[in-house]
Design a protein around this ligand. Sequence first.
Ligand code: AVJ
Length: 337
Amino acid sequence: MRSTAAVAETFDTTSNAVATEARNGLTARPRTLAPWLFYDEAGSRLFEQITALPEYYLTRVERGIFSDHADEILREAAGEEKQQLTLIELGAGTAAKTGVLLAAVIRQQGSVIYQPVDVSETALELASRNIQANFPGVSVRCQVADYTREPLPLDRLRGLRTLALYIGSSIGNFSPEAARSLLRNVRAQLLPGDKLLLGTDLGPGPHKDIATLLAAYNDGAGVTAAFNRNVLVRLNRELGADFDLQGFAHRAIWNAQLSRIEMHLVSLTAQRVHIPANSAGSALVLDFESGETIHTENSYKFTPASIKTLLAAADFAVANAWQDPQQLFSVTLATAV
Ligand code: AVJ
């Protein structure tokens, strides 16, 4: 946990992190750029747009599951002993999706301490303002932290059971190994009996064809393409790179072997890109072959069995799970064992 001032300082060095990631990723083979690079101001706005697209069912369907089952979810989280809950949310952002759950916990226990965790202080300030205005029973304690790199900054509140929220299929961005260690980090801050609510997108099956999945990452309006290309816009602006934005195409593919959607940027011609010298090192000259790709994101898809296995590896036992009627998305309640 860090003070606000210390945090501001830390994140001033962001451009160094961007320079380092660009250098390492773009000189690797195959070339990669990490998905956290998407979320500058423009990228965060594009992602908000994605969540409202007809093809991008994930956000809408998860919200539907919460609307249909919030009371049941919160009742089960409190358990037979009807324990008072405190909610902590990983990657809360502006907490737009959390409202339905907060309303349910207020119905159940009258008031609640809600602890959103995010790397973005601005997002958390918005979250805090929105929630104080709309949910009088909720007291918000924001924590600015990168839960993927540091121990989760959890205040243990005596006598309260913790319900950790990790929703939106955010876990899908992590490799199975990284997902396990992330959940172990969460588990390390919990006591036996505490709960985790995990939102995961589901893989293709009898109820879901691959085309549905692919469309969610390749929408007709081209918003996801713009979101993907925005990473190059960012490198041009922040590092002075000279990526030709028209020279790279958005591509989404289904990798059945690894059960993930992959996003790539495909070089449409043989082309040379320059990145000037910066704090991370000397100038780079990058030669792209025609058809060469930059791998920008993985979005893993799950089955009830793979969710259970992942949770078990981090010492969580599945207590219950809810899906939408079309079985596109799953929300799993797990108990720390
Ligand atoms: C925010 C990681 C859940 O993988 O579906 C949306 C990001 N990428 N469209 C996802 C994303 C392209 C999203 N997550």
